[in-house]
Design a protein around this ligand. Structure first.
Ligand SMILES: [Zn+2]
Length: 424
């Protein structure tokens, strides 16, 4: 992309350079420069006074429904929602139809994504068809461009298969991401097991269904020396295990999603299927533990677990409804609320939503260093808006935050010097 962009008077926050200051950011031909080398003729100037200028946000955990369920989301619409949410890159889970368990599907995703509004990093399946029986073609998917492996949506039940996956993954230098769920405990459940599930007459899922599997992944990472990433952590007990493992030097990282630090099981009252997700929303105590873990480093990243579903799969009895919410356009505002409430600082939020995801996936980005590709997000932390699923870029409307008054959002998203979203 030719030309020069000047972002004037913004608050530049870049944890990778320990930078937090009011300054101008210059982009020339898609690269961050300081100052531009060519004479200033055609400069696109944006006065971003009062805004934060940060490395483009990166989402570790997104479900794009293509191939197979394009009526829920396509790679293109998902990337547009990502750009509107301030993301310049997303990692997409393999549970498409067919499952991304071979190089051909990985290549298909990358070809579709090439012209889209965000970078897409495909994550391949651990097992063929993610059915937990035989390992998928890890080397082939890596060669095609997959950045990590997971059977997300379902856990790998067979511990021996997970051990082998970790052994292969560490020899391929690929990250294993774990959907931690002990299904013999969670099966048939549709919300957190506790007083509210009893009151509503719904079958519950105990927090132990998550933490038992989190501990298995830690034990296997310790056994194999592999690097493992725990997806969508929701419970206090899982966090205690991760904290302890990190202290022992186990190579484990973890993410949570905005709904787990914003909502509790009470959101299900009234049988609200938009609050149905896997793992389920938990207690106030879990929510507080997640906030602490975001602050103390036990949690490395905030990911959305953006999971588009058609309204038909949500407007049914609670126990029959699909799991998940669309999250790309609410993640940043909900994260900014943590900063306003003093839970974390602005720099920590950017670390959680950009620098750390880049490091965990081993991809470029997550920094504003001079000479690097200009993936940049401008955030207006003051801007108030009412989130409406009717106005989102996602093809699906399943969000418990529909109608919420939110404060703070991305106002300019720049991908390699190209503006992919502008709301200034
Ligand atoms: Zn999952």
């Amino acid at each position: 992309m030719n030309g020069i962009i000047q972002l004037k008077n913004g608050r530049i926050i870049d944890p990778t350079q320990k930078r937090d200051e009011i300054a101008d950011l210059w982009i020339e031909n898609g690269i961050i420069v300081n100052p531009p080398k060519t004479p200033a003729t055609a400069i696109e100037v944006h006065d971003v006074k009062g805004c934060w200028v940060v490395p483009g946000l990166i989402d570790l955990h997104v479900h794009l429904r293509e191939p197979g369920e394009e009526y829920k989301e396509t790679i293109e619409t998902g990337c547009r929602a990502a750009a509107a949410g301030g993301f310049t890159a997303v990692a997409c889970m393999p549970n498409t139809k067919p499952v991304n368990d071979n190089g051909a599907i990985t290549r298909f995703i990358l070809e579709k994504a090439a012209s889209c509004a965000a970078r897409v990093y495909p994550v391949g399946a651990i097992s063929q068809e993610s059915n937990g029986e035989k390992l998928a073609a890890h080397g082939e998917m890596k060669a095609a461009g997959a950045v990590a492996l997971t059977d997300d949506g379902r856990p790998v039940l067979d511990s021996r298969l997970m051990r082998r996956a970790m052994e292969y993954a560490s020899s391929h230098e690929m990250l294993i991401m774990s959907h931690a769920e002990e299904v013999s405990l969670s099966r048939g459940g549709c919300m957190h097991e506790g007083e509210i599930s009893t009151r509503l007459g719904l079958r519950g899922i105990p927090a132990a269904a998550e933490s038992i599997m989190v501990y298995r992944e830690i034990a296997l990472a310790e056994l194999t020396g592999a690097r493992v990433h725990i997806s969508h952590v929701s419970s206090e007990q899982s966090l205690a295990l991760i904290r302890n493992a990190k202290a022992r030097g186990v190579k484990v990282t973890a993410e949570t999603a905005p709904h787990y630090f914003t909502l509790t099981e009470r959101a299900v009252l009234g049988y609200n299927t938009h609050a149905k997700m896997s793992p389920p929303l938990r207690t106030e105590k879990d929510l507080q533990a997640i906030r602490t873990a975001l602050r103390d480093g036990t949690l490395d990243a905030i990911a959305t677990d953006h999971a588009p579903h058609s309204i038909l799969q949500k407007e049914v009895e609670f126990n029959l409804a699909a799991n998940g919410i669309v999250g790309l356009e609410t993640s940043l505002p909900l994260g900014l609320a943590l900063v306003r409430e003093g839970v974390i600082g602005a720099d920590r939020l950017i670390e959680l939503m950009s620098c750390a995801p880049a490091a965990i996936l081993g991809v470029a980005g997550g920094t504003l260093r001079v000479g690097g590709t200009a993936d940049v997000t401008v955030i207006d932390p003051q801007k108030r808006f009412t989130f409406s699923t009717e106005k989102t870029f996602s093809l699906s409307k399943n969000s418990p935050f529909d109608g919420w008054d939110l404060q703070g959002k991305a106002v300019l998203t720049i991908l390699a010097g190209r503006i992919t979203y502008c709301d200034i």
